[in-house]
Design a protein around this ligand. Structure first.
Ligand SMILES: Cc1cc2nc3c(=O)[nH]c(=O)nc-3n(C[C@H](O)[C@H](O)[C@H](O)COP(=O)(O)OP(=O)(O)OC[C@H]3O[C@@H](n4cnc5c(N)ncnc54)[C@H](O)[C@@H]3O)c2cc1C
Length: 529
């Protein structure tokens, strides 16, 4: 007799979402988390006495509105506020670019730099919205499974039908987005390197590559399908940090009868007769269930948590060995004495640019060079830094008058060459990041009271993000949709009966969306009821 219907390995937001849906359907669910806190990469922690921050993921847009509604997250304490403007780019000591919300405002802003590019904005936005809408329609779908049965055939026909309904030009557009580089795609509308850089930034967030790397156009789109409070394409802040989202999810789960264990690392999935029947914890305890859903990176699950690898087909194992993980992310949290005073837009008093995503990465060549340098030296002397100062929107995070900032940095080699460990390089890289911000805001370095550093290796150790990959695996064409995590296993099921994947390594991939957890729950319920 099983103790539980389903055990979920990991209390990341997708594990919690999956648990909520399963419990709502009447199943007895247990969530088992390695850390002493729920939330996975969507978590708020005190990183210095009196200073709290979303220490990994830090901004909301992709969280699916259906998940928000179904879990009644707003009734459970979640409040998301909108940023007054999306982004702010210091371009040099005199010039800057802001990305406000609303087409007319953006046009006015961009016209200061390139009237020609500003004139093309509307067409670009319309095009991106067509593609984002197509993607929104797919995120809560189970992709058709290649080689699957009748249900998959039906899914493929439905998908084919839906794509066929798109105008031919829009079908071409989707093909472009899945295959082109962000820069090549953007060059169809824009010519100014600063404008192309501004828009291609989203194409290299969480992707170890240059804006010229094929496939980055899709990554750009992946960051565009979200919304905040019903406003499409907007990014916002959860009051209390990202942990407020997962805290609300955990409260909902527990109110639906889910049991959550913390500080309980799972060592392996227990497989009997080819079926997953439980988990063994690091301390040797075995907990049994009718099925297991893994919220962890697929490489972690199949590479380290299946005791007897003979349970996995050899071709599956070989493919999983080459599952591409490593988004090239370096993350810091800093406690600040005062707000940065930018030479291009002076002032330490709170202004709207302090409440934006502040991006150090002034043009497309800078973004490209950062990747090339990372390939050669591990990271660039001119790194790409996005700084967000959430305490400008939320007074729960820092003492009065002080601030916390997230520094989200791209193009840091997942592994360093020559056997060098990130443990030996993390301080040096962190110094370079602070110095880089300081070039644009000369009071910055002095204002840092404390810093928390997370190299790709730290991200792996702390959150189980293999290779520091923020998405549980690159969002490349061969690792997306019906191929996520692998052709033949895109329906949240795995080669082991009763073992499911419910995290970002499954469709539609990473980001705080709740979508893989939502979709996996639907498939689990199909099997188990
Ligand atoms: C630095 C960084 C910045 C990001 N910024 C953003 C952003 O601003 N906005 C956005 O939308 N997305 C962002 N992301 C991406 C997003 O946070 C992730 O893709 C998403 O949180 C993945 O959610 P998940 O629930 O699938 O997995 P995870 O959040 O990775 O959760 C997996 C859980 O499994 C647990 N676990 C691991 N091993 C075991 C074990 N052996 N036993 C038990 N439990 C285990 C982990 O501790 C973790 O709690 C960012 C990610 C990072 C790392």
């Amino acid at each position: 007799m099983s103790s539980y219907d389903i055990i979920i390995i990991g209390a990341g937001h997708n594990g919690l979402v999956c648990a909520c849906y399963l419990a709502d359907a009447g199943l007895k669910v247990k969530v088992i988390e390695r850390r002493d806190v729920v939330g996975g990469a969507a978590v708020t922690e005190e990183f210095h006495p009196g200073f709290r921050n979303s220490v990994a993921s830090y901004t909301v847009s992709l969280l699916n509105p259906k998940v928000i509604d179904d879990l009644k997250l707003y009734d459970n304490g979640l409040k998301i506020v909108e940023r007054p403007i999306a982004n702010f780019w210091p371009l040099d000591h005199k010039r800057y670019l802001k990305l406000p919300f609303g087409l007319e405002k953006v046009k006015r802003e961009f016209a200061r730099i390139s009237p020609r590019d500003a004139a093309n904005l509307e067409d670009f936005y319309d095009t991106l919205e067509v593609a984002a809408d197509a993607l929104r329609g797919l995120v809560l779908e189970t992709p058709p499974n290649v080689g699957g049965g009748l249900l998959d055939l039906w899914r493929a026909i439905k998908l084919g039908g839906r794509l066929n309904k798109l105008k031919l030009e829009n079908q071409r557009l989707l093909l472009d987005l899945f295959t082109l580089s962000a820069a090549e795609f953007l060059e169809r509308w824009f010519e100014n390197p600063e404008v192309i850089g501004a828009f291609s930034f989203d194409g290299i967030v969480g992707f170890y590559g240059s804006p010229h790397t094929p496939g980055t156009a899709y990554v750009l789109l992946h960051h565009a399908f979200g919304e905040v409070n019903g406003k499409k394409g907007m990014w916002g802040h959860a009051i209390g940090g990202m942990g407020a989202i997962t805290g609300a999810m955990a409260r909902v789960a527990e109110s639906r009868g889910v049991s959550i264990s913390l500080d309980a690392p799972v060592k392996q999935v227990v497989v009997e007769g080819g079926k997953a029947v439980g988990v063994e914890l690091e301390d040797g305890e075995i907990i049994r269930a009718r099925g297991i859903a893994a919220n962890v990176n697929p490489k972690l699950l199949f590479g380290r948590m299946i005791g007897d690898v003979a349970q996995l087909p050899p071709d599956f194992r070989r493919r999983m060995d080459v599952w591409k993980c490593g988004s090239g992310t370096f993350r810091m949290n800093v406690a600040l004495e005062e707000l940065p005073d930018f030479t291009c837009l002076p002032g330490k008093e709170l202004a709207e640019h302090h409440q934006a995503g502040i991006i150090i990465g002034p043009d497309v060549d800078y973004l490209d060079r950062a990747y090339r340098d990372a390939c050669d030296y591990g990271w660039s002397q001119n790194p790409i830094v996005e700084m967000l100062i959430p305490s400008t929107l939320d007074d729960t995070l820092a003492p009065p008058g002080k601030h916390v900032a997230s520094l989200f940095c791209q193009q840091f080699a997942p592994e360093l060459e020559g056997g060098r460990s990130w443990d030996d390089a993390r301080e040096e890289a962190a110094d370079r990041i602070i110095e880089t911000v300081n070039l644009y805001a000369p009071n910055f370095a002095e204002s840092v009271i404390a810093r928390q550093i997370m190299s790709p290796l730290d991200l792996e150790r702390t959150f189980g993000l293999v290779g520091g990959d923020i998405f549980h695996g690159a969002l490349t064409l061969n690792q997306m949709f019906s191929a996520r995590p692998m052709l033949g296993y895109a329906d949240y099921r795995t080669p082991i009966k009763g073992l499911y994947l419910c995290g970002a390594g499954a469709h539609p991939g990473g980001g705080v969306t709740g979508a893989p957890g939502h979709n996996a729950a639907r498939e689990i319920l199909r099997d188990i009821r």
